[in-house]
Design a protein around this ligand. Sequence first.
Ligand code: BTN
Length: 240
Amino acid sequence: MELIRLDTVDSTNEYVKRLGMQGAAHGTAVTAAVQTGGKGRLGRSFASPEGGIYLSVLLRPDCAPDRLFSLTPSAAVAVCQALEQECGISPDIKWPNDLLLGGGKLCGILTEAVTCGSGFFAVLGIGLNVNTDIAALPPELRRQAVSVQSVTGRQTDCEALCAAILCRVEQMYCAWCADEKAYLPRYREKCVSIGRQALILRGNEAVPCRTLCINDDFSLKAELDGGRIENISFGEVSLR
Ligand code: BTN
C-alpha cells in the first residue's frame, strides 16, 4: 500500500475520494496529523486534533456496493488487532464499528462508497485517539472519549501503529474478498453490544430494545418492547 502523509487536511476521506476520482490505485492510503473537517457517521463531524491517527484507504473491491456493509465491522477487528499488537490493549467493539476502551470511545470508522463512471470505489476511514489530549476535544465529547494515552498513561509511536493498522487492514481485506464473513467470529467475540438494554436511535426517535445477537450479515438483532424482533443494519444503538 502506498502511504501519503499530510500535516493538515480537510478530511482524509475527502482527500482519498479526490485521488480515487483521478484514478489512484487500490490500496492508496492517506494519513494526516490534523483534520480540519473530519467526518463521522450519520453526517456528524469527527474532532481530529493532533495526537490521533486519521487514516483513509482507497479500496476497489470487485463486488456490488451493498456488500460493503460487512467491511467496516471487519475493519474494526483489524484495528483492534493492531492495537493489541502495538499497545498491548484489547478494545471492545460497540456495534457497528466503534472501538471502546474502558467504556469510552477510542476509535470510529467511516466507509464511504463513491460512484465513478459505471463502477464505484470505497474509502475506508479510521479515526483513532492515540496520544490525543482529551482536553483538546470539544467539551461535549470529553466525557465519552478516551485516547490510548488517557487510559494507559503511555505515549504510542503513531507511525508504528499506523503501519500495523495498514498491515492488519490489508490482511482483513484479503480475507474479506474471499469470504465476507471471515471476521464474523472475531467480531462477535469483541462486540459488547449484545444482551443489553439499549435504545435504537432514529432521527428524533429512541426506541427501547434488548439486543440479542449479531446476525450473519453483521446486522444487530434486537427485541423491541412487546416482543417484536428487528434486524438493524443502519444507524445507532445507545447502550443503557
Ligand atoms: C464515527 O465515529 O462516526 C466515524 C469517524 C471516522 C473518522 C475518520 S478519521 C479519518 C477519516 N476521515 C474522515 O473525515 N473521517 C474518517
